[in-house]
Each structure stands twice: as structure tokens, then as C-alpha cells.
Write a protein that binds this ligand. Structure first.
Ligand code: NAD
Ligand code: TYD
Length: 350
């Protein structure tokens, strides 16, 4: 039995995680604490919002008084911490927002949990969801393992690295019941169209340029978001306290190859002439400090807990494109208003 404080449940990964836990564990109570920033959207949870074991609280994880009050009210036995500022490009223009939410916010959750749990950690879990970007950038070979030294290079990854360190410090100092996972790039339904894949899907639909940073040679390891949620479920229930688990897709793509695959599949689905969408590819100024390559070695998770990704990439991408084509209202809604301003500033007329 668990009563779980799940943070950031209205975001991309958080909404999949909330859906999985609310439906798979009807005996658990899930309280979703989300500030509803530009990236949070309650439409992402429409299908489960009326479930009796689900509650939503609009609020900020940095608000320690609120978090303390929620612990008192709901008597949480676990925290699934997903809330974050998550977009590298935004961290380049506004680093303090990332330090505030990702570092101070994580510390405030730890502090409230520590005050409430005292030293009785039986049946308690503080699960911190993190990223492979904390390890920095790989060259053309090699993989990130759980032993790889941290070397974050963007304000986003540095803020996530700092939060990982604080979580680990609570384990070493207070024997706090922490678990951490560091995952590679996710894709799938409800992904906000500021990130590469949903941005390109949205632009292909609307015949707009597909902005590729630099030469498009940077490599990312893509994992279907539901597979990430499944991995978190397994680690939450069976992973060892104090341990870190890497989660990855064994699925490396250069950005340009990935966008070409998207173009190919979308031409077919939209019944456009072969090669139509590729003409939209536009090379733009590179991201500052752009990490060359991320690739995860997820052997520990496979050997210890038996987790493997369930979907091949071509199938996952096809499912993802279909979701966006069938949910144009969602896409229109999230790309109206402030999104337009963000886009104009970020892509400077492209
Ligand atoms: P997202 O940006 O889609 O969602 C973040 C959610 O957190 C939003 O609902 C937002 O409203 C909420 N939030 C932001 N600041 C908050 C605050 N101060 N208080 C309360 N709620 C707040 O992010 P995502 O892509 O779903 O990422 C979720 C987590 O997974 C993050 O911790 C991220 O670092 C990690 N992660 C993401 C990826 C990826 O590819 N997207 C990969 C590995 C790890
Ligand atoms: P992104 O989806 O922002 O994830 P992350 O930076 O966290 O890996 O970007 C994925 C890759 O795509 C990254 O190498 C940057 C690149 N990219 C572009 O080339 N153009 C874009 O418009 C965006 C958003 C990203």
C-alpha cells in the first residue's frame, strides 16, 4: 500500500506515470502536485481525472509550507518526483528558473519528507526521476553507466545533477530511502512541441521549416515514454534503496536521420508525395554547448530487474505520429498563445 506524492504529473512523462500508477494500482492513492507551468496540462490526464484514487493539487514544489501541509494531510509513504523545468534551450535563456525548480524544489521535497518521516523509513520511498544528461557528452563511442562521472554542461543538466547529488546526500547522511533513475530522451504522446520530435511532427503537419541545429550530427538515444514509465514502476517496487538505475532505449539516432525517418513516415500517413517533408529541413544556428552524443548502458536494470524496452523505434514513432494526427485539438491548444512568442524568439524567423 502506498499514498504517493507524485510531482509534475501534468507534464509529459509525469502524465504517463500518473496514468500507469492510478490504473495499475487502484489500492494506492496518488496526489499529483503540479504548478501547471507552460509544460503542464490537465488535458494530459483527462481520462483518469475522475478515478477515486487520484487527486490533483495545483502548487509549486518550492513552496515548503505547502509541501509540509500536503504531507500532514495525506500521510505520504512515497514520493515520485517528476516535476522539473526540462528544456535545455529554455535553460540557456533562463537558468535561474531551472535552479529554483530543479534544485531548490527537490531539496524542499526532501526536507518535508524528512521532517514527516523522521527516522522511520519502513515502507518509505523517495524516488527521484533524472536524466542521462547529468553525465555530459560522449564522443563517438562508449556508453553512460551508473559509474560514469557527472559532467553536466547545460544549465538544465547541471541543475538536474545538483538535485541528484542532494538526493544522494540524504541517503548517505540520513539513510534516507532514496532511489534514482537516469533516463535517455523520451518520445511519445503528450510531448510538448518544443522538443525535437513533437516540434517536427507539428511543423510537418503545418508545412513549416524543420529547424536542425548545427549539422544534425548530434546523437540521442530515444525511448518510448510508456517504457520509461514501466521502468520506473519496476524500480519503485523492486529496485534497491540507495541505488541508481540507468534507463535507455539502445536506440541511437543522429538528429538528421531521425528527422528524415519522421518525414518519410509522415509523407506516407499524410498521403504526400515521397520527399515532400524532407524539403522542409532547415539547418539553423547550433545550440550553445550542444552535447554531441548521449547513449545509455542499461545492463544493470536488465540484469537486476529484468526490464527491457518493449517497442521498436519505427513502431513507437508510428504510434506517436498517429497520436498527434488524431489529437490535433491538443496540439492546436498547446501551440497557441505563449508558444508562438517562444517559437518566434527561439527560431528567430525560421
Ligand atoms: P515536462 O516539462 O513535460 O513536465 C514538467 C512538469 O513539471 C509540468 O507539468 C510542469 O507544470 C511541472 N512543474 C514545473 N515546475 C514546477 C514546480 N516548480 N512545481 C510543481 N510543478 C512544476 O517534463 P518531462 O519531459 O515530462 O520530464 C519529467 C522529468 O523527467 C524531469 O525531471 C526530467 O528531468 C526527467 N527526464 C525527462 C526526459 C525527457 O526526454 N523528456 C528524459 C529523462 C528524464
Ligand atoms: P531536445 O528534444 O531538446 O532534447 P535534449 O536536448 O534534451 O536532448 O533535442 C534533441 C536533439 O535535437 C538535440 O541534439 C537538439 C536537437 N534539436 C534540433 O536540432 N532542433 C530543434 O529545434 C530542437 C528543439 C532540438
Amino acid at each position: 500500500m502506498h499514498t504517493i506524492l507524485l510531482t509534475g504529473g501534468a507534464g509529459f512523462i509525469g502524465s504517463h506515470l500518473t496514468r500507469l500508477f492510478v490504473t495499475k494500482y487502484p489500492e494506492y492513492k496518488i496526489v499529483n502536485l503540479d504548478k501547471l507551468t507552460y509544460a503542464g496540462n490537465l488535458e494530459n490526464l483527462k481520462d483518469i481525472e475522475d478515478k477515486p484514487n487520484y487527486h490533483f493539487v495545483k502548487g509549486d514544489i518550492t513552496d515548503l509550507a505547502l509541501v509540509r501541509q500536503l504531507f500532514k494531510e495525506h500521510q505520504f509513504t512515497a514520493v515520485l518526483h517528476c516535476a522539473a523545468e526540462s528544456h535545455v534551450d529554455r535553460s540557456i535563456t533562463d537558468p535561474l528558473a531551472f535552479i529554483n525548480t530543479n534544485v531548490v524544489g527537490t531539496a524542499s521535497l526532501l526536507q518535508a519528507a524528512k521532517e514527516f518521516w523522521g527516522t522511520d523509513f519502513s515502507n518509505k520511498i523517495f524516488y527521484h526521476i533524472s536524466t542521462d544528461e547529468v553525465y555530459g557528452s560522449l564522443g563517438e563511442t562508449g556508453f553512460f553507466t551508473e559509474q560514469t562521472a557527472y559532467d553536466p554542461r547545460s544549465p538544465y543538466s547541471a541543475s538536474k545533477a545538483a538535485s541528484d547529488h542532494i538526493v544522494r546526500a540524504f541517503y548517505h547522511t540520513y539513510h534516507f530511502p532514496v532511489k534514482i533513475s537516469n533516463c535517455s530522451n523520451n518520445y511519445g504522446p503528450y510531448h510538448f512541441p518544443e522538443k525535437l520530435i513533437p516540434l517536427c511532427i507539428h511543423n510537418i503537419i503545418n508545412n513549416k521549416p524543420l529547424p536542425i541545429y548545427g549539422k544534425g550530427e548530434n546523437v540521442r538515444d530515444w525511448l518510448f515514454v510508456e517504457d520509461h514509465a514501466r521502468a520506473i514502476d519496476v524500480i519503485f517496487h523492486k529496485g534497491r534503496i540507495g541505488e541508481t538505475y540507468n534507463i535507455g532505449g539502445h536506440n541511437e539516432w543522429t538528429n538528421i536521420a531521425l528527422v528524415k525517418e519522421l518525414c518519410k513516415q509522415m509523407d506516407e500517413k499524410l498521403r504526400r508525395e515521397k520527399g515532400t517533408s524532407e524539403k522542409l529541413i532547415t539547418y539553423v544556428k547550433d545550440r550553445a554547448g550542444h552535447d554531441l552524443r548521449y547513449a545509455i548502458d542499461a545492463t544493470k536494470l536488465k540484469n537486476e530487474l529484468g526490464w527491457l524496452p518493449s517497442l521498436q523505434f519505427e513502431e513507437g514513432i508510428s504510434k506517436t505520429i498517429d497520436w498527434y494526427l488524431n489529437n490535433k485539438e491538443w496540439l492546436d491548444e498547446v501551440t497557441s498563445g505563449n508558444y508562438q512568442k517562444y517559437y518566434a524568439k527561439q527560431y528567430d524567423g525560421v
